[in-house]
Write a protein that binds this ligand. Sequence first.
Ligand SMILES: Cc1cc2nc3c(=O)[nH]c(=O)nc-3n(C[C@H](O)[C@H](O)[C@H](O)COP(=O)(O)OP(=O)(O)OC[C@H]3O[C@@H](n4cnc5c(N)ncnc54)[C@H](O)[C@@H]3O)c2cc1C
Length: 470
Amino acid sequence: MLPSDTINKLRLACGSGALLTDRVSLTGYESDALAFFRHAPDAVAIPESKDALAGVMKVCREAGVPVVFRGAGTCKSGGPLALQGGVVIHLSRFRNILEINEQDMYCLVEPGVVLDKLNRELKSRGLFYPPDPSSGSVCTIGGNVAENAGGIRCFKYGVTANYILGMEAVLANGDTVQFGGSAGGLGGMEGDWKALMTGSEGMLAAFTKIWLRLCPLPEKAWTFLAGFRSREAAIAAVEALMRMPAVPVALELLDNRTVGLVENSDFAVGLNKDCCYLLSELDGPAEIADRQAEVLADEIRRRGAESLVYTGEEEERQKLWRARKAFGGLLGQISASTIAEDVVVPTSRIGEVLDYIYTRAEALDIEVAVALHAGDGNMHPNFLFDSGNEAECDKVRTLCAQLIEKVIACDGAISGEHGIGSDKAGFIPLVMGEREMALQRCVLNCFNPDDRLNPGKLLPSRRFQKAVTP
Ligand SMILES: Cc1cc2nc3c(=O)[nH]c(=O)nc-3n(C[C@H](O)[C@H](O)[C@H](O)COP(=O)(O)OP(=O)(O)OC[C@H]3O[C@@H](n4cnc5c(N)ncnc54)[C@H](O)[C@@H]3O)c2cc1C
């Protein structure tokens, strides 16, 4: 509980109606997309302006209260959880697209703008913003920047960091800073601070404005869906397509358990449940894309695909991608709880790590369905279990720890795109030595020396010592 004078000051700072303190309202802010890690904040502030946000930050600093920023709460690593209580600052009122500059190919947005909404606006002007996490219909640009979100198109187009030209941010003491701007800029002695902020998981500052680089909408796109009886053949096809001069936009794999889930839903597209599927895409100028589509289709057939559908028709293409993107939400239909793991390995090790996942999950009697951004080596094994059953929780904890060890042994990384958050903080000592962790600490010390911003994330030692709620 926050002292009543702190609550009064917060209420004054963020304006009436924008401070939530009742239990029922706070329940909605207890968790992120993983749902079963729950930590209620003491209050939620929903400021409507930068001044109000800065005011809230100042009150929290003076009162020694932890602060956690929140976009849409779709994070899968515990990022927006208030581990030590305090104030969650929900940036949902920062939802304006401030400028779309067609001449200079950038836009300026507030952090609460929903990703798909931005792309709908851009489409009418023949532009798009490429990074596309599958949560795009809900997640916010602020959350994408804080997590350096990836997605399906990132094989060709790159991740969020490749599109950040600049940002305005409010620091822990309430001061406003700006790094970069509409022209971007990569630094030299000036330093690339916007790159440092990208992927900072809510530990350095609150973004209040973000400049994003835009791309012209491709004239034509083709989507490919190929079924393979054998997992090995599907992975070999990914490796072959990765090397094609006509770089595919996306190289996604769905295992046969994932396929079963899609086919039992309204998103069914006629997949064979005994196969795993490769979803790919090509885009570019119409004439070139049409020609390359035939080359890519031939290569997929040559790699032993049992079935192949490919289409340049917009509605059909979107239907195929919807089936892929719906998968995460469908898991809730068959399992009380899901852990969506997120690891990345060199593509040549995908087969080995997949085999390991299935073998270990079977040994522990835990269901698993795996979707992969395979071109990036980014794997999402989804472990299905009941979080009310302590024995099952223990098994899933064991599985995740074994997977991380395996991934490290395969020269991989412990997060491909979901971030470290609280979920993986305990594994950081496995991938960083003392020197690396000390350097991380130096950066945090510049912005957030007492760990009041998003405590408990990234490094296990990051605890705010003067927290109001123990
Ligand atoms: C079905 C599903 C599919 C997904 N698919 C993908 C995918 O393909 N690729 C991918 O990368 N991720 C994916 N995710 C994970 C998630 O959607 C992303 O991490 C997304 O970027 C989170 O955005 P958000 O607005 O929900 O942020 P939140 O979950 O609210 O917050 C995430 C982090 O950002 C910080 N933050 C939020 N706003 C700000 C701000 N304005 N300033 C500073 N810090 C801030 C928070 O403190 C927190 O640490 C998926 C999630 C779901 C549920």
